[in-house]
Write a protein that binds this ligand. Structure first.
Ligand SMILES: [Zn+2]
Length: 54
């Protein structure tokens, strides 16, 4: 089972999408994107809320 996060689902005007079977790796990737692209620091728990099964 793969997990997916889309910036659009979080209401961002951004085409970033990432998919992985490794939740921990996925969360770190999203946190890094949020920091680099949006200047946002998001908590792991908040990323977890954004995860959808793909
Ligand atoms: Zn984004």
């Amino acid at each position: 089972m793969a997990l997916e996060v889309r910036c659009r689902d979080a209401g961002m005007d951004c085409d970033f999408m990432v998919r992985s079977e490794n939740e921990s790796e996925l969360i770190e990737f999203v946190q890094q994107h949020a920091r680099d692209a949006h200047g946002m620091d998001i908590r792991r728990a908040d990323v977890r809320d954004m995860l959808t099964e793909a």
